[in-house]
Design a protein around this ligand. Structure first.
Ligand code: ZN
Length: 344
C-alpha cells in the first residue's frame, strides 16, 4: 500500500459521489468508506504493518481522505435537501410540541360564579344592574338620609353627565344595593334575587382597599319572611363556600336599609377559632352585612310594609376570595400578573 493507492481511492471517491442521488445511496457510500469495516478502517489497519518511516506520512494521508469524505457527505446532504432521510433523522419527531398556555377565568369571576351557583340552587334569580346609578337608587330609595356621611363626595364618585336633568344626580354606584330598589320597583313579591357587580368608592389604594371592587347583593321579599330564615340561609351559604366545619355568628350592627341589622362572622379558616394574625387574634372573620329590610325601603318602592317582610345581605367578593385562598393583598387581583392568576 502506498501514496499512489490512496490517490486512486481518492479519485474513485470523487467519481462515486457524483452518482449519489438519494439519501439511501449516500448512506451506502458512507458505510463503504467510513463504516466500521469500511475502506478507511482497512487503510488505518495497515499502518502498524508499514515500515516505521512510512507510517506518519501514510497516516496523514488517510486522515486527509477521512476529512474529504466527511466534507463531501455533508455537502451532498445539503444538495439532497431537507426532505431526505438523512435530515429527518436529526429531528426527534417523538418530542412533544411547544405547549400553548390556555386562558382561564379571573379568580374574582370564578368566585362570583361559585356564589351565584349556590344561591341559584336555593332558588334565587341572578340579575345585574347598571354601574352608573341615580342618587335616588343608590341612597334615598334605600333609606340613606340626606345627612348620612356616605353621601358626601369623598365616599362616592359623582358624575357630571351632559344632558342629565338637574336634580337627577348620577354617580358610580357605591354598593350593589340599588339593584334592590330597581327590582322591587319592577316586580311584585315573592322575590329572591342576587345581584353581583362592580362598585366604586374614592378610597386610597392599599393592601385592603381599591377604588373599584365587587359585591354581591342578595334579598328575599315575601309574606312571613323571618330573621331566622335569613340566619338559616346564611349558614347554608357560609358552609357551601368555606366548608361544612366552619361556625358562624351574627353580631348586631346598623345599616340604614335594614332593621334589625347584623354582621355575619365565620370562625377563622386559618386558626379554626384559636386566634391568629389573619383574624386579629379574635378567632372570627367578618364576612358580610345583613338584616331585615327596613319598612321605609318597602314604602319607597310601593310595597305594603304591613303585608311584606324580607331580608337583605351584601358582601365583598374580593374579601371572600382573599379569605378563601389566603391572599393578603387586594391589589394582586388587578395587577395582571400571570404568576398570580395562574394559581386559580
Ligand atoms: Zn385566625
Amino acid at each position: 500500500m502506498s501514496g499512489n493507492d490512496i490517490g486512486a481511492i481518492s479519485a474513485q471517491i470523487d467519481s462515486e459521489i457524483q452518482g449519489v442521488d438519494s439519501s439511501q445511496k449516500l448512506d451506502d457510500f458512507r458505510v463503504k468508506y467510513l463504516g466500521r469495516k469500511g475502506i478507511l478502517a482497512e487503510l488505518t489497519g495497515l499502518i502498524p504493518g508499514l515500515p516505521k518511516e512510512a507510517r506518519s506520512s501514510f497516516g496523514q494521508q488517510v486522515n486527509l481522505l477521512k476529512n474529504k469524505l466527511n466534507t463531501l457527505i455533508v455537502e451532498k446532504q445539503k444538495t439532497l435537501g431537507s426532505g431526505s432521510g438523512a435530515r429527518v433523522s436529526e429531528v426527534d419527531i417523538g418530542m412533544p410540541g411547544i405547549s400553548q398556555s390556555l386562558g382561564r377565568l379571573h379568580p374574582i369571576t370564578q368566585v362570583i360564579n361559585e356564589i351565584c351557583a349556590i344561591f341559584k340552587q336555593m332558588g334565587f334569580l341572578v340579575v345585574e344592574g347598571p354601574e352608573v346609578e341615580t342618587e335616588y337608587n343608590n341612597f334615598t330609595g334605600l333609606n340613606i338620609p340626606l345627612d348620612h356621611p356616605s353621601r358626601e363626595a369623598f365616599d362616592t364618585f359623582y358624575l357630571k353627565l351632559p344632558g342629565c336633568p338637574s336634580g337627577g344626580k348620577q354617580l358610580l354606584r357605591s354598593h350593589t344595593s340599588p339593584v334592590q330598589v330597581r327590582i322591587m320597583k319592577e316586580k311584585k313579591p315573592p322575590l329572591a334575587v342576587v345581584a353581583p357587580g362592580r362598585v366604586y368608592r374614592p378610597d386610597a389604594v392599599d393592601a385592603s382597599h381599591l377604588f373599584m371592587f365587587h359585591q354581591i347583593e342578595g334579598f328575599v321579599v315575601g309574606e312571613n319572611i323571618r330573621f331566622s330564615d335569613l340566619k338559616g340561609m346564611l349558614e347554608l351559604f357560609a358552609k357551601a363556600v368555606f366548608g361544612k366545619d366552619i361556625k358562624m355568628r351574627l353580631r348586631p350592627h346598623f345599616f340604614p336599609f335594614t332593621e334589625p341589622s347584623a354582621e355575619m362572622d365565620i370562625s377563622c379558616i386559618i386558626c379554626k377559632g384559636a386566634g391568629c394574625s389573619v383574624c386579629g387574634r379574635k378567632g372570627w372573620l367578618e364576612v358580610l352585612g345583613s338584616g331585615m329590610i327596613n319598612p321605609n325601603v318597602f314604602k319607597n318602592v310601593g310595597y305594603d310594609p304591613e303585608k311584606y317582610t324580607g331580608f337583605a345581605f351584601g358582601m365583598g367578593i374580593e374579601r371572600i376570595t382573599m379569605l378563601k385562598y389566603g391572599i393578603d393583598d387586594i391589589r394582586l387581583f388587578f395587577e395582571n400578573d400571570l404568576n398570580f392568576l395562574n394559581q386559580f
